[in-house]
Write a protein that binds this ligand. Structure first.
Ligand code: ZN
Ligand code: ZN
Length: 373
């Protein structure tokens, strides 16, 4: 068996503390998780992952680590739960990692049939809910008036048709594990120069359950789901607001091992093309009117984003920053469909220069109004 440098694999010094080893291991396990790797790197990552595990299993166990430090190897392959017997009696090492193996990362990993781990304490392929997916769509201001059906195309995991999401090749049944004969434990006795080792470890074939869940589905490689292009039509209602999120239940990723689908969240962005603002269902626009219009009254035209031309009556005597409301010319309400109001914020323009004639007239108005100039 080629000698492996477990310290190097975990990237820790030879005098690393248990905490350092554990931390390095946790970090590497996350980094090399095969599920997180692109397809072409999966194989390599799996191998790397096993190596990391192997290194950790030895270095995290004081006895095994001592043996490794002394002899440069630990047994044949990686036997766990050593029992050293020199006189028939013996003692077993407790599986101090059991808690650690219940870690979430491990559940993800050990639930995965693709990689056989010798140390997993269960081979339960617990169904896991699929991830939610979030997407963004953009609509124009014009479309806010009409609503819009958007065809959304996206990639997601869908339940594998071949195995109905179970990850097990159809027709292949759970069978009693042939290695441990259903006991979940493998016992090997070996004579070495150091004494007789009774090497007892959790069965690496069935993960200690005593049964093998049948052949892994060849389509989804046991995960129960496959990546596919999916599409759906989302009816965005008229009156949609910028940033509004629509939840589409079960349109996210399929779960692992037949777990339920996650949800899809679609966030709608409204592209702003006009200078108008929105307050609830109301449209707010700024309009500049001539001072004469403000005094005498008049009409202005406001174009809405949907192309609608609205005549706005400016009453005589309109003050700067006065708001004029035109009912029913706002955005449609999402629920009732009734339109909000158009609110015109009036800005009165005072000319910076006037013509000679206009000046004469204004001077006359001034006299008339008794305004000193
Ligand atoms: Zn399948
Ligand atoms: Zn077994």
């Amino acid at each position: 068996m080629p000698k492996k440098d477990y310290y190097e694999i975990l990237g820790v010094p030879r005098n690393a503390s248990d905490e350092e080893i554990k931390a390095a291991y946790k970090r590497l396990v996350k980094e090399w998780h095969p599920d997180k790797q692109p397809e072409e790197r999966k194989k390599y990552a799996e191998q790397k992952f096993k190596e990391i595990q192997e290194a950790y299993e030895v270095l995290s166990d004081p006895q095994k680590r001592a043996m490794y430090d002394k002899f440069g190897y630990v047994g044949e392959g990686i036997p766990y739960e050593y029992q050293y017997t020199s006189s028939g009696g013996g003692f077993g090492f407790e599986d101090i990692f059991r808690d650690f193996f219940n870690d979430d990362i491990f559940n993800i990993f050990f639930g995965d049939q693709r990689t056989q781990s010798r140390t997993r304490t269960t081979s339960r392929r617990t169904p896991r809910r699929g991830e939610d997916i979030q997407l963004d769509v953009t609509v124009t201001e014009r479309e806010v008036f009409t609503g819009k059906s958007v065809t959304i195309e996206y990639e997601r995991y869908e339940a594998c048709d071949h195995c109905r999401g179970e990850g097990v090749e159809p027709g292949s049944r759970s069978v009693t594990c042939s290695k441990c004969h259903g006991t979940g434990v493998v016992r090997e006795e070996r004579r070495t120069p150091f004494g007789v080792f009774i090497n007892q470890y959790t069965c690496d074939v069935c993960g200690g359950t005593g049964t093998v869940p049948g052949e892994v589905c060849h389509v989804c490689h046991g995960t129960g789901r496959v990546r596919r292009r999916s599409s759906l039509i989302l009816d965005i209602p008229a009156g949609v607001e910028d940033g509004q999120v629509f939840k589409l239940p079960r349109r996210g990723n399929a779960g692992l091992y037949g777990g339920e689908y996650g949800d899809l969240y679609v966030r709608v962005h409204v592209q702003r093309t006009s200078g108008l603002r929105r307050e609830g269902d109301d449209i707010i626009v700024d309009a500049t009117v001539d001072y004469v219009t403000a005094i005498l009254g008049g009409k202005i035209k406001v174009t809405l984003p949907n192309g609608e031309l609205v005549d706005v009556e400016i009453p005589a005597g309109t003050q700067p920053n006065e708001r004029i409301t035109v009912r029913g010319k706002g955005f449609p309400n999402q629920r009732t469909g009734r339109r909000g109001n158009l609110i015109v914020n009036v800005n009165v323009e005072i000319p910076r220069r006037v013509s000679k004639k206009e000046r004469e007239l204004l001077e006359e108005i001034a006299r008339l109004r008794g305004v000193e100039i």
